[in-house]
Design a protein around this ligand. Sequence first.
Ligand code: PLP
Length: 449
Amino acid sequence: MLSNLATRDVETLIHPYTNLDAHRANGPLVLERGQGVHVYDTDGRPYIEGMAGLWCTALGYSNAELVEAAAAQMGRLPFSHLFSGRSHDPAIELAEVLKELMPIPTSKVFFTSSGSEANDTQVKLAWYYNNALGRRAKKKIIGRSRGYHGVTVATASLTGLQANHADWDLPLPGFLHTACPHHYRFAEAGESEEAFSARLADELEQMILREDPDTVAAFIAEPVMGAGGAIVPPRGYFQAIQTVLARYDVRFIADEVICGFGRLGTWFGSEALGMAPQTLSFAKAVTSGYVPLGGITVDEPLYAAMVDQSAKLGTFGHGTTYSGHPVACAVALKAIEIYRRDRIVEGAAEKAPHFQARLARLAEHDIVGEARGIGLIGGLEIVADKRTKAQYDPKAGVAARCVAFAQAEGLIVRFLTGDRVAVCPPLIIAPDEIDALFDRLTRALDRTR
Ligand code: PLP
């Protein structure tokens, strides 16, 4: 029997990434408030928010300083835009702070309101850049199977997940996908991580050559794949990939939407994994998820091309009403101040060994084929047979059942397609809360088997 709010939800709302048929019977989990790493439903039941919302609430819930920063900016200048050269101090200050933090050479920062918009901007700029340089055929973009980059027409095309393509008439022409770097699933018997990385880099090179390097503009990758299954790349992967990209003058875009701002125990995932992209996209934890904000970095060659194009075309014809929204920028500035002052990123690195040790223990469970992670992110591969790595029939929805049992145990985690379960708690999680999280997840796995 659905509650009053749940019934009204079913009657009125369309939920993203939800089985809309099942939702009519099951109804929603209606949350009312949050505090620290906990969220509370309308019956007052607490849950450990083991997904930091959607990989974003790094500073947990009800952080008074973030609330105050938003309220103060709301009271002062609740809206302004950056069109036609207009500006405001939160956007200027945030761009300065971000430039300082970026792990790669950054000339300027461009703001969006989401990760999808950030990556959509990356696609458009990869095209725009090559047009500016007179390389009009160099337009194809390579993503990866199981990569996730958003839901706009272009970013769903970058994404390498079936649910984003099937019956959406995507990917668009000119978007290609190279292999997923998941050693457990795709390495050959006895193949080392390094050998697997070298093979994938070779496959990428063959793809670029087959397509013709003069038609390939960019390659995009998350440091750790999030929605694709919390997949940590094998040793040497990005080093091998980068060598290929440099050989064919293919721009490397790092999608730091999940890994940015401390998730891997470094400010950006690129630093943890030795990545040297030309540009990166960020969103989510830049405001700890409290208000929507995303963006991209622009390197000097790209910026120079953008200036030239503006001179030629009369304007830089891109941007949305909410690019650099002052409230979002004010909250991001406060969030970054807190990350720095409270050593949140260093704290994530210090807690990571405990988190990863508890995660690794789950690999002993008889339905867990692999428990993998880095920093404060982890993923489980649910299998029917540990020896053969055979999966359950997808229709059985085993990972979804595990997540439902976790919810009954007072823990929110997320199931991902291919029977994977992701864990990605707020970075402020305390060691005893890490233990409570994994105790509950273990009980959920016991009930699932
Ligand atoms: N890129 C990555 C790596 C993501 O995980 C996501 C969202 O989960 C996106 C891009 C899209 O971001 P948004 O949902 O804010 O559009």
